[in-house]
Design a protein around this ligand. Sequence first.
Ligand code: SF4
Length: 359
Amino acid sequence: MIPNQEQQAAQALVREIKNLAGKYAKRMRFMEVCGTHTMAIHAAGLKSLFPDNISLVSGPGCPVCVTEKHFIDHAILLAKKYDATVVTFGDLVRVPGSTGSLASWRSEGGSVRVIYSPLDSIEVALSQLPRPAVFLGVGFETTIPTVAATLKAAQARGVENLFVLPAFKTIHQPLKILAEQQDLNGFLLPGHVSAIIGSDCYRYLSEDFGKPGVIAGFEPLDILLAVRDLVRMTLEKSPAILNDYQRVVRHHGNPVARQIMNEVFEPADASWRGLGMIPRSGLAFRESYARFDAAARFPVEVPESKDDPRCLCAAILTGSRTPDRCGLFGKECTPEEPVGPCMVSSEGTCAAYYKYGAV
Ligand code: SF4
């Protein structure tokens, strides 16, 4: 499709959304669960195209943002005590911990290596022998299968100094909690995660909670189409789960990726920024891969961590606040000097508002 045709298609969808929304007397609040959607929505200025009675709020789908400060503290204390190299994706490096970030610790001489794929952690570990290399296991179902495949490869190659500090999250349990919010009318469901877990597994949203959900891609047209479908289902009181991203997402997702993930990890309770401890919303090592568990292999006392009470990240991640309600936004908290993770992450809502404005 050429750009002009895309523009015409977008204009037609916006007209349809306005027409449908005009028939609905109340407000409609939809949650975009995934941080990549948040960025795409703001980059394209889509919010400014919607009528006043439609609002999109962010959800807990930015893995860096939902990872608690305690985890950063844990990683730094562990690495200091055991002289380990921290191996991580770049987004985590500047997330503030209680006494500084991984970046500030690196500037004091700490060993931090940034990688772009979990598989790179094997080469980092081998280059550090016999020093332990601890990969920070932050991510959702999109990332976890690759981490699991990395550990299988490390096992096969006999790499003995690679470990993972796990803070993995899975999406269904928090979605069930959020679906109980009366003022949320539906969900823009994540495209990347759904490519792994499939579209069939969200049925509880419509069947148990009466909320529609639409799996969407990341182009402006994808998002407009999904919002159109959410508005239509809300208006017609016919909640269902639609897959508007069929060029990537299948009904059953990617069973091979899930099998690898299930071979290495099993469900475990996990603590989420904004949502607290949620049973079976994370992953722990299965017995046969327990030797990779950095938390068990390198015990360390981690004091209780407290967030800056002025930071609204926790409320932003559950859709109950927007960054422009935070008194620190753009003043004491900027991407250069972040106070909370939502301003650091490339998928963070505060970073999206800062970069593109509240549109
Ligand atoms: S602007 Fe900064 S301090 Fe405010 S909620 Fe966002 S990350 Fe937290």
